[in-house]
Design a protein around this ligand. Structure first.
Ligand code: ATP
Ligand code: MG
Length: 402
């Protein structure tokens, strides 16, 4: 067993000592068997939420109606979910009702894919009633039980299959893929937030190109926010080399291939319900990407773009141009060498200028600071108070005094 599990073993032991069963389950087991790094360790237990809370002192209710309690154990939070089945899906999403059960196998049966339906006990023994290990060794994504039933129960599983293609470079098993292609329209019933969470993982996976191709071929894209009418644009995106881009860089690349204007981009990003701050950053990045596609950077554009945008834009620019990309963005050296990075770096303050010119602050001040900023960035002026004063006098700006 490896560290993240070892650290949580005492937690399983405590539950067992109290008379319950408890196992490691879900993505952590899959990733462990694949030798991938493990994000968080999830635990399934026969103990009901109230029982879990009676065993541990430090708990937070995070989804009690679904059986999930967060336990803080030696400084690490763990999600403990009671074994459950999910009965009666009437609207192709989330069950109407969950029923707590005492059987691990029943709990594993309700999970989406066989690779995600494996458990491990505290001694490291694997419990695998649906042959998840075989699927992992064959690099196959297949549903637990009949794919059509499982996708009809919760249509999000179809998008999850595509995001696992992207992250794990697995293939979707033939019957599962057939059902997925037929049932893609059920995706229309899924809440945007759930789609966004999976799509963001899909965007940054190693095999995103294959995954985007599948998104197109299965027509799942028609049920995703804002991209239904953009098949050709998505095809172009899928033909890009699958470079290792960050989440922000991928959204930026997507915006580029959708060929949207600023306003349309904003509505598009809002449709995905991304946080406002992220939308604002992406729109800023987009402006500078458009600039970069037609220009080299200059001291002024580097300055107004800002370090993060220079880095992200430059990497996306190279992907679009088909150049290799690296984490070492050359232009960042030029950015770092700029004499000022923000207006407050100018070695004269607004109040000093007000005092010097002897007139109250107003639009003139902003304009003047802008001129100083430009002159300093273009190396017409050194950023020191004496030279700035001299420059202001030479430019005859002090005549504004009167
Ligand atoms: P990741 O490593 O990205 O977290 P994961 O497999 O752990 O991948 P989660 O969304 O964290 O994915 O879900 C945890 C587990 O819960 C899954 O491994 C799967 O067993 C089960 N699961 C999650 N979503 C569904 C779903 N829509 N239908 C059925 N089972 C699901
Ligand atoms: Mg997980």
């Amino acid at each position: 067993m490896i560290q993240p599990f070892l650290k949580a073993v005492p937690l399983l032991t405590e539950l067992e000592n109290a008379g319950y069963e408890a196992y490691f389950v879900g993505g952590a087991i899959r990733d462990y068997l694949l030798d991938r790094s493990i994000a968080d360790v999830d635990i399934a237990t026969s103990a009901k939420p109230a029982e879990v809370k009676s065993v541990f002192s430090n708990t937070v209710d995070i989804g009690i109606e679904h059986g999930t309690v967060l336990v803080l154990f030696k400084g690490t939070p763990y999600e403990l979910t009671t074994f459950r089945t999910e009965a009666e899906y009437s609207d192709f999403r989330r069950p109407d009702k969950v029923t707590f059960v005492r059987s691990l196998t029943e709990d594993l049966r309700r999970r989406d894919f066989t690779m995600n339906a494996i458990a491990m006990d505290r001694g490291g023994s694997i419990i695998d009633p649906f042959d998840g290990r075989k699927a992992i060794s064959e690099r196959k994504i297949e549903t637990v039980g009949a794919a059509a039933d499982r996708f009809s129960e919760d249509a999000l599983r179809m998008l999850r299959a595509l995001r696992f293609v992207s992250q794990l470079s697995f293939e979707i098993e033939a019957e599962t893929l057939k059902a997925l292609t037929r049932l893609a329209p059920l995706m229309a019933n899924i809440a945007v937030e759930r789609k966004t969470a999976e799509f963001e993982k899909l965007l940054t996976g190693k095999s995103r190109c294959q995954s985007i191709e599948l998104l197109i071929n299965t027509e799942v894209y028609k049920y995703m926010p804002g991209i239904a009418g953009f098949k050709n644009n998505l095809v172009k995106l899928s033909h890009q080399p699958c470079s290792d881009l960050s989440n922000m860089e991928m959204w930026l690349l997507l915006l580029h291939y959708l060929e949207l204007g600023q306003q349309e981009s904003e509505s598009f990003l809002r449709e995905w319900k991304l946080p406002s701050k992220k939308i604002k950053t992406l729109l800023h990045h987009q402006v500078w990407l458009k600039y970069r596609l037609e220009n080299e950077w200059s001291p002024l554009s580097l300055y107004h773009s800002g370090r993060v945008a220079v880095r992200d834009v430059e990497r996306v620019f190279h992907v679009i141009r088909g150049n290799p990309i690296s984490t070492e963005v050359e232009w960042l050296f030029s950015y770092d060498a700029l004499p000022i990075k923000q207006r407050s770096d100018i070695n004269v303050s607004g109040s000093e200028l007000i005092a010097w010119f002897g007139k109250p602050g107003g639009p003139w001040l902003k304009e003047l600071l802008g001129k100083l900023e430009t002159a300093i960035l273009q190396k017409e002026l050194n950023n020191n108070p004496a030279e700035i004063k001299e420059w202001l006098a030479k430019c005859n700006l002090s005549s504004e005094k009167n």
